[in-house]
Design a protein around this ligand. Sequence first.
Ligand code: NAP
Length: 865
Amino acid sequence: MNKPTSIPGQFDAVVVGAGFSGLYMLYRLRQLGLSVKGFDSAGDVGGTWYWNRYPGARCDIATPDYTYSFDPELEKEWTWSEKYATQPEILDYLRFVADRYGLRPDIEFSTTVTSARWDEQEKRWTITTGRGEEIRCRYYIMATGCLSMPKSPDIEGVGRFGGQVYFTSRWPHEGVDFTGQRVAVIGTGSSGIQVIPLIARQASQLTVFQRTPNFSIPAHNGPAPADRLKQLDEDRDGYRHAARWSRIGVPNEPTDVLGVTASEAVRRERFEAAWRQGELVGIVSVFADQLLNPASNDIVAEMIREKVRSIVKDSETAEALCPKDHYFGTKRPCLDTGYFDTYNLPHVRLVDLRKQPIVSITEDGIETADESFGFDAIVYATGFDAMTGALVAADVTGRDGLSLKEKWAAGPSTYLGLMTAGFPNFFMLTGPGSPSVLSNMAVSIEQHVDWVAGCLKDMREEGFETIEPTELAESGWNQHVQDCAAITLMPTANSWYMGANVPGKPRVFLPYIGGVDGYRQACDDVVGQGYLGFRLTGPDGARCRDGVIRSMQPDVAMVLELIATLGLPPMETLSAADARALMAATAETRPPGPEVGEVTDGVIPVPAGELPYRLYRPAAPPEGPRPLVVYFHGGGWVLGNLDSDDPLCRDLCARSGSVVVSVNYRHAPEARFPAAALDAFAAVQWVDANAIELGGIPGQLAVAGWSAGANIAAVACQLARDAGGPHISGQVLICPVVDSDMTRLSYDENGDGYILTTPLMRWFWDHYADPADRGDPRAAPLRGDLRGLPATCIVAADFDPLRDEGVAYARALEGAGVPVRLARARGHTHTSVTMVGVVISGAPVRAEIGQALSDFFPAPNHKSS
Ligand code: NAP
C-alpha cells in the first residue's frame, strides 16, 4: 500500500476542502508520496475566505500569527500589509500558497462530495461527487472547516421578500452596491459586526435587527504589530514554538492575576491595556479567572459595557447594545472597526428583537411585533451550523452501515477531534473535540495535519492499513472535553459553541477548551504510548493498546502542576512539627469557603482532657434546630486541626443544612493509637448528649470525616454500635483509611505523584500505630464486624491510593446488610475533593455528599418532635 497509485478513480487519500487545512493536508500527503485527490464545492481555494466576501470581512488574529509556519521560505516570501488582513488579502495568500506548491492540479473545484461509504472488505472508502464520479481511497480526510455550513434562518416568511437578499456567508463575487438603499441586517455576531459599519457607509437607511448584543472590542487595525515582527525577525523558530505551546496558539504570557482579588487600579490598568491592544488574546486573559469565576467575569464585562455607553450617544440604544445575558467570552467575542460608533449615524437604527421580535419577513420588508419596515435589501448574518454541520451533511457511512449523522444524533463523539469509532481511516481536521475555534486556527490546523501525516507515516512503516479509535478511548476523550468545559462558564451560554444557535441541535460543548498546548501534549502522548486508544490493523494482524489519554479532572491536574512548581519537600521527610507548619502555611492561601449562618468555637470535655470544636450553623431557613453532623478532619492522625478543614466544613454545612461540629482530636505521635479513635467516640457521645444546646435535633446525628478523620468516624460508628449508643443515623467517609494493608492495586496505581503517596501513608501509620495494632478494627475498621452499622456514603477518588480500600469497605458493608452509597470522585485525587473554591470539579461530588447527609434524616418538615 501507500505507493502512489495510478489506477483511475483510485487514490491513497481524498481530502475534502481546499481552505487553510485542506491545502496543507494535500501538501503533507504528497510529501509522504501518497496519491491524493482534493475536492471543494467552491470555484477556487480559500475555504471560509472564498465564501465570506462581505465588506469588512477580516481575520481577527493578527497576521504575524495567522499564517502558515511549516516552511520558513514561504514565510519569507509573503508580507502581510496590515495587523488584521482583509478577506481579499487572505484569499490572495491562500492562492499564492496553492500555486507555490503546485496544489491546484490535484483539486477538483466546484465539486461537492455527496457521500462517502466505507467498504470493510476492501478496507477503502468509496466517495461519490455531485458530478456523479466515484472515487476509491484508503484515507478519507474532511478539511471542511468549522464554520462552513450556513444556518438556514429560522424566521417566518424567509423567501417571501421581493427585494435583494444576501448572506454574509455566501456573498456575491461581484460585490454589492447599497448606495441609496434601505437595508436591513439581521444578526450581530462577528460577521454582522464587521459588515454593519461598511453597509452604513453606502445605504441611505440601515436597520440592524439584534436578538442578542455581543461583546466587541476595537481592533485598532493598522500595520502588523512591530514588537511581534521584531520577535519573529530575531527568533522565528522560538516564536513559532511558543505559539504551538501556548494556550490559544498565540504567544502570550499567562497571567496569575485574579479579578476577584486584584485592586481596582490593577483591574483598570489591565483592562485598559487589553482594550488598547485590540486583540482577542488580550481581552480574554485580563484575569486568570475571568472564564471561571462569575464575579471576575462581571468585572471585565462591566468595563466593556462602560465603553459601549461612552461611545453610543443615545442611551437607550447604548443599553440595548450592552450584553447582559451571557458571561463575557462564553459567546465568541468580536473585534470591530467603528461598530458602536455606527449607531451614532442619523440613518442607522437598532431594533432590539428582545423588545419587538420579528413576526415575519414580508414581501416588502420585515414585520416585528410593533412595526412594519420596508427594505430594498435584507442581509442575513445569522451564522452557521458550527463544527458538526458540514461533517454530518456530507453523508459519511462507516462500518456496518452506520452513518455519522446517526452516530452523532445526540452530539458529536470523537477521539481527539480527529477520528470517530466505527469510521476507519476517516480523519477530521479541526473536528469537534479539538481546540479549533477556540484557538488561532492556523496553529491548530498545522498541528492536526502534522499529526495525521505522522500517523499515516507510522502506519506505513509498521505495516498497518487501517486505524480507528476504540469506544473506550473515544468516550474518555468526550468526557474530558466536557470536563474541561464544565469548570468554565462556557456551558452557561446559548452559543454556537454549545450548538444552541441551531434549533434542535443537541446541547453539547463542541470544541476543546483545554488549550492548544494541552491538546498538543495529549496528541503527542497518544502517539508516545503506541497510539493509545487506537486499533490498527494490517495484513499481519492487529494492534491495540486501549486506554483513556486524559482521565484526571483538568483543574485537579492544574493544581498538581502548580504544586509541583513549588518544589516542596516530601512531607514524610519532615518532622511532625515541620509538616504541621507547612500544612498551616498552605491553608492560609486558600479561599475561605462559603458563608454560613454562624461559626462558634468551644471545647468538649472528654476523659483525656478537652477537645476543641468548631460549630457551623446553616444560614438559610428554616429557623430552629437542625440535624447534627460530627466531623473529623484529615491529616493522617498527625496533621490537621479545626482550620485545616474549615472550608470543607462550611461547604458541608451549607449543602446539607445540618449543624456541623468539627472536632479536633489528639494527634500522633504525641498520642498514638487508639487515642484519636477514642476521642472521636467520646466526642460523638458528648454531641449527642448536648444536642439541644448545640442547636441540634436530638436523635438526628451523623458522623463524617475525610481520610484519617474518616477512619476514626468509621471506628466511632462501630464503638457506638457496640456500646448500644448513641444512635447514629449515617456516616460519610470521604476517601477513608479503613485498612492498614498497603498492597491493593490503587496503591500501585496512585502511590506516587498525587500528594498522598505510599511513603507518606507509611509515615502516617508509623506515627499512629504499632504494626501489632494495625489489624485492630479500631485502626482498620474494615477488619471489624460491620453488621448493624448506620447507612453509609463512601467517597472513593480515582487517583487515590486509598481508593480500593474505600471501595472494599463499601462492598463489605453491603455484604453486612448496611445501606451504602458509593460516590466515585471521577478524576480526583485523595485531596482534591476537599479543595473548596479551588477545584471546581469537586463541587458535584460535594453536592452528592451534602445530599447523602440530608438523606440520613427525615425531611425538615416531617421531622420528629
Ligand atoms: P454568529 O456569531 O452565530 O451570529 C449570528 C447572529 O445572528 C447572532 O447575532 C444571532 O443572534 C443572529 N441570529 C441568528 N438567527 C437569528 C434569528 N432567527 N433571528 C434573529 N437573529 C438571529 O455568526 P457569525 O457572525 O457569522 O459568526 C460565526 C463565527 O464565525 C464567529 O463567532 C467567529 O468564530 C467566526 N467569524 C470570524 C470572523 C473573523 O475572524 N473576523 C468573522 C466572522 C465570523 P443570537 O446570538 O441571539 O443567536
